[in-house]
Design a protein around this ligand. Structure first.
Ligand code: ADP
Ligand code: MG
Length: 493
């Protein structure tokens, strides 16, 4: 076999008005496999004028054409067909997701199954959207109509690429919106493969457009475009703030799912084995590239030393490896940029706290953006490693004295996406549930998320909710209809 054999580099264009369309200036950008650092695709880079084309297509599809005439049932059927396509092609999509993002193939398979479930859920919900009749005085009738919000610009992160796209596309289609989806520039491939099926499942041209490109150009053009009615964003808090400011000029609706620095709290009475596992899983799953990562591990002083020791012992057994190996538990980080960013936090952590394990690149990896699972302990909650989102496999373990102390530390963060508490005492568990300021609190678990239940943040973790009926609400306007039943003139003049 020739050692010079190159992997095939596929090229992708933008999907606009039902057609694959090159960038007007034929510009492309490379997409990588973060485990080999090799280019695996070239993708057309959308300029502001390409974004304008996509928004115009979405606008036209929303305002006229067949889409506004489709019934909720029709839209539900389209969503079920999309789910079927996902299930039929799950192995291919999981492989691309794993190669492009670096996440272990086994996890990519879970993600793709969740994508299909999400489309099925909203397929079922599409024709359950109803208004209400309001109890106004007897001489009038008042009721509400639920109408689509319009053209939705959807900006996607790179940690769960197709799943985050599904969380936004499925409710938007159910509601009757039209969409311009911008995947993250690091991981656009699964969304682009997905777009191949839009025509076949019966989505009219322009209803869902997919544009590629860097956030500062393509994303920013979407956020400022006057033809877009709503922006749904998942990503960093820094970019979330930029989006809110630049969406203000056109007063778009904005929903944001931003980062977190979520507390995972362990009391002395927790089930020991489950707790140690839960601490590791909570922060190291998906290489720690999870917005709800339990990156602040709060441990009751009575068990603190032993807990850090047990975590460290178990962390040694986490298998790092190529994402496509079925026994890999952690793959590489998504990109060189993220690898360097996490690396700088590792250096900072070594100064701010004590290192139990990790702190750098694992041995035996020549290529790829691999980072060891890292546990810092005796961390002060004012340290930068316990205040800033790292988005990598880095845990900060913080001791606490008692329940009040745990609550105080847990809430002492600008973020409020998630939290978890581990104890066998149900009184204590529910007191913690009520005291913690976050969009989800897990009791004796961390991370599971189901399409039926809401997802979103308090505080600087954003606003709006995804999933469940809450996710659909964000794509609907409410129109009140008032009907006068009294034929006598108003008699005002
Ligand atoms: P990270 O810094 O980890 O890449 P980002 O928040 O920058 O996370 O990226 C999340 C998504 O936001 C990506 O799709 C990215 O292209 C997009 N994005 C980044 N900057 C902007 C911006 N200024 N305006 C709109 N979208 C942006
Ligand atoms: Mg960025």
């Amino acid at each position: 076999m020739s050692s010079t054999a190159q992997p095939t580099v596929k090229t992708y264009q933008n999907y606009i008005h039902g057609k694959w369309t090159a960038n007007a200036a034929s510009q492309t950008f490379p997409v990588y496999d973060p485990s080999t650092e090799e280019v695996i695709a070239q993708v057309a880079s959308a300029s502001a004028s390409d974004v304008d084309q996509a928004v115009k297509a979405a606008r036209a599809a929303f305002d006229s054409g067949p889409w506004p005439q489709t019934t909720a049932q029709d839209r539900g059927r389209i969503l079920f067909k999309l789910a079927e396509k996902i299930r039929q092609n799950a192995a291919m999509l999981a492989e691309i997701e794993s190669r492009n993002s670096g996440k272990p193939i086994v996890e990519a398979e879970f993600d793709i199954a969740d994508v299909a479930t999400c489309f099925e859920y909203y397929g079922g919900l599409a024709n359950k959207v109803t208004g209400s009749v309001l109890p106004v005085p007897a001489n009038a009738l008042s009721f509400t109509l639920r109408e689509p919000v319009g053209v939705a610009g959807q900006i996607i992160p790179w940690n769960f690429p197709l799943l985050m796209a599904a969380w936004k596309l499925a409710p938007a289609i159910a509601a009757g919106c039209t969409c311009v989806l911008k995947p993250a520039e690091q991981t656009p491939l699964t969304a682009l493969e997905f777009a191949n099926w839009f025509e076949e499942v019966g989505l009219p041209p322009g209803v869902v457009n997919v544009i590629n490109g860097v956030g500062e150009i393509a994303g920013a053009a979407l956020v400022t475009h006057p033809g877009v009615d709503k922006i749904a964003f998942t990503g960093s808090a820094a970019v979330g703030k930029i989006i809110v400011k630049s969406a203000a000029d056109t007063l778009k609706r904005v929903t944001l799912e931003l980062g977190g620095k979520s507390p995972n709290i362990f009391f002395a009475d927790a089930d020991w084995e489950a707790a140690v596992d839960g601490a590791l899983f909570g922060v190291f799953i998906n290489q720690g590239e999870v917005c709800s990562a339990g990156s602040r591990i709060l441990v009751e002083k009575k068990i603190y030393s032993k807990f850090v020791e047990s975590m460290t012992e178990k962390a040694k057994r986490i298998k790092l490896g190529p994402p496509m190996d079925r026994d890999t538990k952690m793959g590489p980080l998504v990109s060189k940029e993220q690898y360097e960013r996490v690396g700088s936090y590792l250096e900072l952590g070594k100064k701010e706290a004590k290192t139990a394990i990790g702190g750098g690149r694992p041995k035996g990896f020549g290529k790829g953006y691999y980072v060891e699972p890292t546990i810092f302990y005796d961390v002060d909650n004012n340290a930068r490693i316990s205040r800033e989102e790292i988005f990598g496999p880095v845990a900060s373990v913080i001791p606490f004295e008692n329940e009040a102390d745990a609550i105080r530390i847990a809430n002492d963060t600008p973020y409020g996406l998630a939290g978890a508490v581990w104890t066998r005492d149900i009184f204590k568990a529910f007191r913690l549930v009520k005291s913690m300021r976050a969009g989800i609190i897990w009791v004796n678990h961390m991370q599971p998320t189901y399409v039926e239940a809401p997802w979103g943040g308090y505080k600087q973790s954003g606003f709006g909710r995804e999933l469940g009926p809450w996710g659909l609400e964000e794509y609907l306007e409410t129109k009140q209809v008032f009907v006068n039943l009294d034929e006598t003139p108003i008699g005002w003049y």
